[in-house]
Design a protein around this ligand. Structure first.
Ligand code: NAP
Length: 515
């Protein structure tokens, strides 16, 4: 049994009390444990601010970019060991594990690359100087400086590697020290990555701290210069957003929560087209990659009424070719869900969905001796407006086909109306070979989505798949999805920087603030 430790105030520490257990979801064996009880969170916040923050702010943006490059390389050296841990603790297939771990190092490397656009300076100018008086002797200039606090990052269980380092990349480049807390059920990968980061000695002391286990009273110690970036369920996100200490201090909070991502199939799509092929292949991949435990997975698939049977048959056939089993086996296409509680919640959710629709494949557990396995499940909704499909996230290999009226003149708007019923999503995917229909649908979906991905025959076969979060594009979404925003190239730094307007003698602005 491995005991995970926390790295706080410059040393590895073990909490007291009854530890939480981490399991192998394939065998149901307990493999590790951790507790953060009794650890001094207040001291960690002060240490991060005073030691880590000071060291990072003494460096320029370019110098911090070099740290990210070195960190990506240091972690990459342990790739095989990390993949094995993700298979063991996450139920990941090798492909799932690579997606997470290479996603982590790839995002660090991408931000090292983006940093080449930044000056060798300790602040950034934001736009040009502005003449505020009769002459250019009186100017205004906006600049961006790192906040003088710590960034607390609380992450979900499904991406222990990528989830941690996509946030680390932006914060460290901006000059803000981090305290990382991964989701406990899969914290083994995050813990090993934290060990590698600390042992590498690349990041200045105090700039990277790590909590294995609960956050304890950490949020009680944050102040006006600190920030919280949370990824997880809408329920936990709402609770943390209303934390009295964060509200009192106006601590900057970014929430990345759950999302009922929409996939829209346009009425004119021909079965023989490459776009149709992409639609089936991508949707099945989004359902089964990481056993559907992806915030960007395909949850609701909107299909014209007269095409539903055809689509259902295609999904059933493609899902039938996926081997479910031990993720350590090479031929396995989908492993178990991560935890017993996750499994129970999904079983209950499938029952709720089947009451409002028809299960056309899955809906049961495959025959396995042990492990939290579920067959990929497709439900066809009786009524596309039925609330349960737009309100309940089943965070596993489950999707719903929702029929819409593709014969209406305004079918693009009708599909978008239904997609928007998710209450705000991270991602919408539109498969369409008719540019005008695609435009109408995209514009109607836009206010309710963080990212809209669309493919047509002009680009089929070349596009990255919809659920792939790229460092250069924003990740986040309105409403239910949390209302937050991360990544998006250098936009991702703004979360950690204070924008300040300087009004001064033009000579001072020009000489010292680069306007
Ligand atoms: P969760 O139960 O909400 O937990 C998320 C994180 O919050 C975990 O680290 C958890 O710690 C921590 N947490 C829970 N209660 C807390 C509290 N009172 N104070 C401080 N921290 C607290 O979500 P999950 O089950 O890990 O992840 C699945 C959910 O995340 C899904 O709904 C999925 O859609 C969403 N998700 C969203 C995104 C996105 O980018 N928008 C990405 C991935 C996942 P413990 O594990 O120690 O309880």
């Amino acid at each position: 049994m491995i005991t995970l430790q926390s790295y706080l105030s410059g040393s590895w520490q073990t909490g007291t009390g009854t530890p939480a257990q981490l399991f192998n979801p394939t065998t149901e064996e307990a493999i590790a444990e951790c507790s953060s009880e009794g650890l001094d969170m207040a001291a960690a916040v002060t240490y991060g601010r005073e030691v880590g923050g000071a060291a990072l702010r003494a460096m320029t943006f370019s110098e911090r970019g070099q740290l990210l490059k070195a960190l990506a390389a240091a972690i990459h050296e342990y790739r095989e060991e990390l993949i094995a841990l993700a298979i063991q603790n996450g139920g990941n297939t090798r492909g799932d594990a690579k997606f997470d771990i290479d996603g982590a190092t790839g995002t660090l490397a991408a931000y090292a690359h983006f940093s080449k656009e930044l000056p060798d300076a300790k602040f950034l100018t934001d736009g040009d100087s502005i003449q505020l008086g009769r002459t250019k002797r009186w100017l205004g200039q906006h600049i961006l400086v790192p906040r003088e606090g710590v960034a607390v990052h609380i992450n979900a269980f499904n991406f222990p590697g990528w989830g941690m380092f996509e946030k680390v990349a932006c914060a460290i480049l901006a000059g803000v020290p981090v305290i990382e807390k991964p989701g406990t059920p899969t914290a083994l990968v995050a813990y090993r990555m934290a060990q590698i980061a600390v042992e590498s000695g690349i990041l200045p002391e105090g700039s990277f701290q790590f909590i294995a286990g609960s956050a304890g009273d950490l949020l009680d110690h944050l102040g006006p210069q600190d920030q919280l970036a949370f990824t997880g369920s809408a329920w936990t996100g709402a609770k943390l957003k209303g934390h009295p200490n964060l509200v009192k201090n106006n601590t900057h909070v970014n929430i990345e929560a759950d999302s009922l991502n929409a996939v829209v199939f346009a009425p004119s799509l021909e079965t023989s087209s490459d776009t149709f092929g992409e639609f089936v292949a991508n949707t099945v991949r989004e359902m089964t990659q990481k056993t559907g435990q992806k915030c960007t997975a395909a949850r609701r698939v909107f299909v014209p009424k007269d095409r539903v049977d055809e689509v259902a048959e295609e999904f059933k056939a493609a899902l039938g070719r996926i081997t479910i089993g031990d993720p350590a086996d090479k031929g396995t296409g989908m492993g178990p869900v991560t935890s017993q509680s996750q499994f129970n919640e999904l079983r209950e959710g499938i029952d709720a969905f089947s009451a409002a629709g028809t299960i056309i494949c899955g809906g049961s557990e495959p025959a396995m001796e042990k492990g939290w396995f579920l067959a990929p499940t497709v439900v066809v909704a009786k009524d596309a407006d039925e609330a349960v499909f737009h309100e309940r996230e089943l965070f596993g290999p489950i999707t719903t086909i929702l029929p819409y009226d593709g014969e209406r003149e305004d079918s693009a708007l009708e599909a978008a109306r239904l997609a928007n019923k998710g209450g705000g999503s991270l991602l919408g995917a539109v498969y369409c070979d008719d540019p005008e229909w695609a435009r109408d649908c995209i514009l109607a979906m836009a206010p309710w989505h963080g990212r809209i991905w669309t493919v047509s025959e002009r680009v089929a076969g070349q596009a990255t798949f919809p659920g792939m979060v790229l460092p250069s594009m924003i990740h986040g979404g309105p409403g239910r999805a949390g209302g937050g925003e991360e990544l998006g190239g250098l936009r991702g730094l703004s979360e950690y920087l204070q924008r300040v307007g300087i009004q001064a003698f033009g000579g001072l602005i020009k000489a010292e603030f680069g306007g």
